[in-house]
Design a protein around this ligand. Structure first.
Ligand SMILES: Cc1cc2nc3c(=O)[nH]c(=O)nc-3n(C[C@H](O)[C@H](O)[C@H](O)COP(=O)(O)O)c2cc1C
Length: 160
């Protein structure tokens, strides 16, 4: 059944990251705008990616598809998460959307894999930080674009 990556993106950054991850994992890539229940359920590993907007809000398309996500059967399913954000301008809500998606899929019984260390980032608060780790891959293309490649590679290695 393979790996499916579902992302939302206003400005294209998260879409670009989704494609980079997909090429390393031979994964399918689907925009949440067009995603179906089959996309969410019909894979061995489901990867969800979202940027944060507002002050700690889920990106618009994800927000409008929360019902679809909430109705998907994810009990026991392996889910990995990635988030894009801006730790310099939004240090109190850095990659919060990843934390919102985490709470949602955990409530649905998913097993979240791919936690990452928080060192190398400079922020004050993140909903995506739990017990000293990020619940997925946190990327900051606004301030640390040169670190993205290395961070993706390490995360993909860990997922494999
Ligand atoms: C109006 C606005 C609000 C934002 N709010 C946050 C935020 O609360 N936390 C954060 O980490 N990043 C925030 N960001 C940064 C975006 O999440 C970041 O630029 C992301 O890479 C955009 O992804 P996209 O191009 O896929 O839409 C915000 C950006 C904008 C323009």
């Amino acid at each position: 059944m393979g790996i499916t990556i579902i992302y939302g993106s206003d400005g294209g950054t998260t879409q670009g990251v989704a494609k980079r991850i997909a090429s390393q994992l031979q994964a399918r890539v689907v925009d949440i705008k067009a995603a179906t229940t089959d996309d969410l359920e019909g894979c061995d590993l489901l990867i969800l990616g979202a940027p944060t907007y507002g002050l700690g809000d889920l990106q618009y398309d994800w927000d409008s598809k929360l019902k679809l996500l909430g109705a998907a059967k994810l009990t026991g399913k392996k889910v990995a998460l990635f988030g894009t954000g801006d730790q310099t301008n939004y240090p109190d809500s850095f990659v919060d959307a990843m934390g919102i998606l985490y709470d949602q899929v955990v409530a649905q019984g998913a097993t979240v894999v791919g936690f990452t260390p928080t060192h190398g980032y400079d922020y004050t608060h993140s909903l995506a930080e739990r017990d000293g780790q990020f619940v997925g891959l946190a990327l900051d293309e606004d301030n640390q674009p040169s670190l993205t490649g290395k961070r993706i590679a390490a995360w993909v290695d860990h997922l494999k």
